[in-house]
Design a binder for this molecule. Sequence first.
Ligand code: ZN
Length: 380
Amino acid sequence: MSEAMEKCSKATDDDLRKELAFLVERERRNLAALLTTMGEYSYRRLYRDEGYYSMFEYCLRALKFDESSAYRHITAARVVRQYPEALPMIASGDLPLTSVLVLAPVLTEENRKQMFKDAKGKTRRELETMVAGLSPLPPRMDYVQRLPATPSAWAPLDANAATTGPLGEAPPGALEPVPGRMPQEWQAVMPVSLDRVRIGFDAAVGLMTLVDRARQVLRHKHPEGRLGDVLTEALEVFLDRKDPQKRLGLKPGEAGNAFAPASRPLAEPRFLTAWRGGRYIAARVKRAVWQRDDGRCAWRFEDGRLCGSRDALEFDHFRPFAKGGRSDDARNVRLLCRLHNGLAAKAAGLSPEGASSPDGLGAAGRCPAAGTPAGVGGPA
Ligand SMILES: [Zn+2]
């Protein structure tokens, strides 16, 4: 075990927390300094003195970056050289490297202030949507492409192309990606306009058998057999069967849909008189809880923030069933994501296994017997 690892393994929880925060802060400051230095180094074309044709090549060979990382850093260095006001934001974490890359193609002298301001606190997806709104891409036809067996898809296409586009040679305002063999950073979903996204992923060849069969089945409805139509149809059928929200009889807009406000006020059914005992949570209680918690994890962190996750939700007894907590009172039941249900169970001295059911919400009669000590979380 290395010295650092040994130090870590012996640190207290609190020390680890502090150390982590310190390291992240330092990494951001370092990133800002690295980009500044790279920008100046490239501007002076010092890589030539060391025998490299381009900053990109220098990054790959001398600095041992991988292609994606070289591309990201060179692009970002170019941005901060042109718009130094981005530096303090990068150093403080308000503008992650990814955000710089998303903004890079659309930044101008005129919009930079507003763009940096708008970027603060936005997720990558939100930022991409904002950028897509500014410069929509044209729709693209479906395509299926067979990939090489080995992951060498980024091999140089052209030795000369690979060495073009050094950072220092870019004319002011030219922020397009460095041309050549640079990989476009991989991402599964990219907004291309305000109401369209481009989805891309690699899959086993067998998926095409499924897609082709689904196309045949849906031919009457979608004669063109477009992937988007076929997958939409398939996912709707899937969610009809598997989505707990649907199984509880809630319409998509009622809860758990960020784009549609609750269409009717929260139902507070009077079931307090119907206490029958048992762990079984009646569907009406589940519905009320789901609506009240808006189809999100109701866990609150110490600073009061809500977890809000919609993933792997489970019903949790606020006061554990094993300790007399009722199952027929929505006030004693809340939605928790699997992670937080496990944490709640742990805090209540129950095993995490007992706190979650394999299919989460569907396990009527096996609902989690987990709870949480007073003061930790609770239904909003
Ligand atoms: Zn959660």
